[in-house]
Design a protein. Structure first.
Lengths: 114, 117
Protein backbone atom coordinates (compact mmCIF):
# COMPACT_ATOMS: atom_id res chain seq x y z
CA UNK A 1 0.00 0.00 0.00
CA UNK A 2 1.66 3.17 -1.20
CA UNK A 3 1.68 6.07 1.16
CA UNK A 4 1.59 9.72 0.22
CA UNK A 5 4.04 10.53 -2.56
CA UNK A 6 5.34 13.92 -3.64
CA UNK A 7 7.39 15.17 -6.55
CA UNK A 8 9.89 16.54 -7.07
CA UNK A 9 12.04 15.97 -3.99
CA UNK A 10 14.03 19.15 -4.41
CA UNK A 11 13.58 22.23 -6.54
CA UNK A 12 15.58 25.40 -7.07
CA UNK A 13 13.86 28.42 -8.59
CA UNK A 14 14.63 32.09 -9.11
CA UNK A 15 12.62 34.98 -7.68
CA UNK A 16 9.62 35.82 -9.84
CA UNK A 17 9.33 32.36 -11.36
CA UNK A 18 6.43 29.98 -10.98
CA UNK A 19 6.53 26.46 -9.53
CA UNK A 20 4.23 23.42 -9.48
CA UNK A 21 4.46 20.70 -6.85
CA UNK A 22 2.64 17.40 -7.09
CA UNK A 23 1.10 14.99 -4.61
CA UNK A 24 -0.58 11.59 -4.74
CA UNK A 25 -2.60 10.69 -1.66
CA UNK A 26 -2.51 7.46 0.26
CA UNK A 27 -4.68 4.75 -1.24
CA UNK A 28 -8.28 5.15 -0.11
CA UNK A 29 -7.94 8.83 0.79
CA UNK A 30 -9.93 11.51 -0.97
CA UNK A 31 -8.76 14.70 0.74
CA UNK A 32 -5.47 16.47 0.26
CA UNK A 33 -4.01 19.26 2.34
CA UNK A 34 -0.88 21.30 1.75
CA UNK A 35 1.41 22.72 4.41
CA UNK A 36 4.46 24.98 4.31
CA UNK A 37 7.23 24.26 6.80
CA UNK A 38 9.86 26.95 7.03
CA UNK A 39 13.20 26.05 8.54
CA UNK A 40 12.95 25.59 12.30
CA UNK A 41 9.17 25.99 12.40
CA UNK A 42 6.08 23.85 12.53
CA UNK A 43 4.01 23.26 9.40
CA UNK A 44 1.59 26.01 8.42
CA UNK A 45 -1.66 25.09 6.68
CA UNK A 46 -2.02 26.42 3.13
CA UNK A 47 -5.26 24.87 1.84
CA UNK A 48 -7.28 21.69 1.55
CA UNK A 49 -8.93 20.05 -1.45
CA UNK A 50 -11.87 17.67 -1.46
CA UNK A 51 -14.06 16.71 -4.41
CA UNK A 52 -11.82 18.84 -6.66
CA UNK A 53 -12.65 22.02 -4.78
CA UNK A 54 -10.73 24.15 -2.32
CA UNK A 55 -12.60 23.67 0.95
CA UNK A 56 -10.48 25.54 3.45
CA UNK A 57 -7.63 28.00 3.19
CA UNK A 58 -5.01 29.22 5.60
CA UNK A 59 -3.42 32.65 5.75
CA UNK A 60 -1.57 32.52 2.44
CA UNK A 61 -1.77 34.99 -0.48
CA UNK A 62 -3.45 34.29 -3.79
CA UNK A 63 -0.05 33.52 -5.30
CA UNK A 64 -0.61 30.11 -3.80
CA UNK A 65 -3.18 28.10 -5.71
CA UNK A 66 -4.01 24.47 -6.16
CA UNK A 67 -5.92 21.85 -7.98
CA UNK A 68 -7.28 18.39 -7.30
CA UNK A 69 -7.82 15.85 -10.05
CA UNK A 70 -10.52 13.17 -10.33
CA UNK A 71 -8.03 10.55 -9.11
CA UNK A 72 -7.60 12.65 -5.92
CA UNK A 73 -4.04 13.70 -6.71
CA UNK A 74 -3.25 17.36 -6.26
CA UNK A 75 -1.00 20.17 -7.37
CA UNK A 76 0.26 23.22 -5.52
CA UNK A 77 1.18 26.21 -7.68
CA UNK A 78 3.09 29.22 -6.47
CA UNK A 79 3.43 32.28 -8.71
CA UNK A 80 5.85 35.20 -8.51
CA UNK A 81 8.17 33.37 -6.14
CA UNK A 82 9.73 35.30 -3.26
CA UNK A 83 12.81 34.41 -1.27
CA UNK A 84 10.50 33.83 1.70
CA UNK A 85 8.76 31.02 -0.16
CA UNK A 86 11.80 28.82 0.42
CA UNK A 87 10.55 25.98 2.60
CA UNK A 88 9.63 22.33 2.79
CA UNK A 89 6.18 21.83 1.27
CA UNK A 90 4.26 18.95 2.75
CA UNK A 91 1.26 17.20 1.34
CA UNK A 92 -1.06 15.31 3.66
CA UNK A 93 -3.99 13.08 2.86
CA UNK A 94 -6.99 11.87 4.79
CA UNK A 95 -10.51 10.69 4.18
CA UNK A 96 -13.67 12.61 4.91
CA UNK A 97 -16.13 11.41 7.48
CA UNK A 98 -17.59 12.17 10.85
CA UNK A 99 -14.65 10.74 12.76
CA UNK A 100 -11.65 12.89 13.57
CA UNK A 101 -8.75 11.26 11.82
CA UNK A 102 -5.03 11.71 11.55
CA UNK A 103 -3.48 12.96 8.35
CA UNK A 104 -0.77 11.02 6.55
CA UNK A 105 2.12 13.11 5.31
CA UNK A 106 4.38 12.75 2.31
CA UNK A 107 8.15 13.26 2.48
CA UNK A 108 7.85 16.81 1.19
CA UNK A 109 9.33 18.92 -1.57
CA UNK A 110 12.21 21.17 -0.60
CA UNK A 111 11.86 24.46 -2.52
CA UNK A 112 14.76 26.89 -2.62
CA UNK A 113 14.20 30.32 -4.13
CA UNK A 114 17.35 32.26 -5.07
CA UNK B 1 -8.18 31.14 17.79
CA UNK B 2 -6.69 27.75 18.39
CA UNK B 3 -3.04 27.44 19.29
CA UNK B 4 -0.47 24.99 20.50
CA UNK B 5 2.61 25.75 22.57
CA UNK B 6 5.66 23.60 23.05
CA UNK B 7 7.62 25.40 25.75
CA UNK B 8 10.91 23.58 25.17
CA UNK B 9 12.90 24.00 21.97
CA UNK B 10 15.20 21.15 22.96
CA UNK B 11 14.98 18.17 25.32
CA UNK B 12 18.02 16.06 26.16
CA UNK B 13 17.71 12.69 27.86
CA UNK B 14 20.00 9.74 28.43
CA UNK B 15 19.21 6.46 26.73
CA UNK B 16 17.11 4.24 28.98
CA UNK B 17 15.71 7.15 30.99
CA UNK B 18 12.07 8.26 30.75
CA UNK B 19 11.33 11.18 28.46
CA UNK B 20 8.66 13.86 28.42
CA UNK B 21 7.96 16.36 25.65
CA UNK B 22 5.54 19.06 26.76
CA UNK B 23 2.57 20.52 24.92
CA UNK B 24 -0.16 22.93 26.00
CA UNK B 25 -3.12 23.99 23.92
CA UNK B 26 -5.82 26.60 23.60
CA UNK B 27 -9.01 25.67 21.78
CA UNK B 28 -12.66 26.52 21.51
CA UNK B 29 -14.75 23.47 22.20
CA UNK B 30 -13.48 19.92 22.45
CA UNK B 31 -9.76 19.48 21.87
CA UNK B 32 -8.65 16.94 19.31
CA UNK B 33 -4.92 16.53 19.88
CA UNK B 34 -2.16 14.80 17.96
CA UNK B 35 1.55 14.07 18.17
CA UNK B 36 3.76 13.70 15.10
CA UNK B 37 7.47 12.96 14.75
CA UNK B 38 9.76 14.19 11.98
CA UNK B 39 13.10 12.61 11.16
CA UNK B 40 15.68 14.51 9.06
CA UNK B 41 14.61 15.03 5.45
CA UNK B 42 11.38 13.17 6.06
CA UNK B 43 7.71 14.03 6.33
CA UNK B 44 5.73 13.83 9.54
CA UNK B 45 4.84 10.46 11.02
CA UNK B 46 1.74 10.04 13.16
CA UNK B 47 2.36 8.84 16.73
CA UNK B 48 -0.94 9.12 18.58
CA UNK B 49 -4.11 11.12 19.06
CA UNK B 50 -6.62 12.06 21.74
CA UNK B 51 -10.23 12.40 20.68
CA UNK B 52 -12.18 11.34 23.73
CA UNK B 53 -12.09 8.71 26.46
CA UNK B 54 -9.13 7.69 28.58
CA UNK B 55 -6.74 10.47 29.44
CA UNK B 56 -3.75 8.21 28.81
CA UNK B 57 -3.34 7.48 25.12
CA UNK B 58 -0.98 4.84 23.81
CA UNK B 59 0.62 5.17 20.41
CA UNK B 60 3.34 3.93 18.11
CA UNK B 61 6.92 2.98 19.06
CA UNK B 62 6.12 2.80 22.79
CA UNK B 63 5.03 6.42 23.09
CA UNK B 64 2.07 7.55 25.15
CA UNK B 65 0.52 10.89 25.99
CA UNK B 66 -1.44 12.16 28.94
CA UNK B 67 -4.37 14.49 28.35
CA UNK B 68 -5.03 16.90 31.22
CA UNK B 69 -8.06 19.10 30.67
CA UNK B 70 -7.59 21.29 33.74
CA UNK B 71 -4.03 22.11 32.77
CA UNK B 72 -4.81 22.15 29.02
CA UNK B 73 -1.83 19.92 28.43
CA UNK B 74 -1.06 16.91 26.29
CA UNK B 75 2.47 15.80 27.18
CA UNK B 76 4.21 13.06 25.22
CA UNK B 77 5.99 10.39 27.25
CA UNK B 78 8.03 7.25 26.90
CA UNK B 79 9.22 5.09 29.81
CA UNK B 80 12.63 4.28 28.32
CA UNK B 81 14.21 6.43 25.62
CA UNK B 82 16.17 5.06 22.68
CA UNK B 83 18.86 6.83 20.67
CA UNK B 84 16.68 6.23 17.61
CA UNK B 85 13.95 8.39 19.21
CA UNK B 86 16.09 11.46 18.49
CA UNK B 87 13.99 13.60 16.18
CA UNK B 88 11.72 16.64 15.96
CA UNK B 89 8.36 16.25 17.69
CA UNK B 90 5.25 18.27 16.90
CA UNK B 91 2.08 18.63 18.89
CA UNK B 92 -1.02 19.59 16.89
CA UNK B 93 -4.66 20.42 17.44
CA UNK B 94 -7.43 19.95 14.93
CA UNK B 95 -8.52 23.20 13.31
CA UNK B 96 -12.29 23.39 13.73
CA UNK B 97 -12.72 26.24 11.28
CA UNK B 98 -13.10 23.79 8.42
CA UNK B 99 -16.41 22.48 9.70
CA UNK B 100 -17.28 19.14 8.16
CA UNK B 101 -14.17 19.26 6.00
CA UNK B 102 -11.92 20.34 8.84
CA UNK B 103 -9.33 17.64 9.07
CA UNK B 104 -6.48 20.13 9.21
CA UNK B 105 -4.17 20.88 12.05
CA UNK B 106 -2.59 23.79 13.84
CA UNK B 107 0.93 22.70 14.74
CA UNK B 108 3.19 23.78 17.54
CA UNK B 109 6.71 25.01 16.81
CA UNK B 110 8.27 21.65 17.55
CA UNK B 111 10.65 20.23 20.17
CA UNK B 112 13.94 18.65 19.23
CA UNK B 113 14.58 15.52 21.27
CA UNK B 114 18.13 14.29 21.64
CA UNK B 115 18.68 10.93 23.29
CA UNK B 116 22.28 10.52 24.36
CA UNK B 117 23.91 7.07 24.43
Amino acid sequence: DAGVTQSPTHLIKTRGQQVTLRCSPKSGHDTVSWYQQALGQGPQFIFQYYEEEERQRGNFPDRFSGHQFPNYSSELNVNALLLGDSALYLCASSSQGVLVKEQYFGPGTRLTVT
Amino acid sequence: AQSVAQPEDQVNVAEGNPLTVKCTYSVSGNPYLFWYVQYPNRGLQFLLKYITGDNLVKGSYGFEAEFNKSQTSFHLKKPSALVSDSALYFCAVRDIRGGNYGQNFVFGPGTRLSVLP
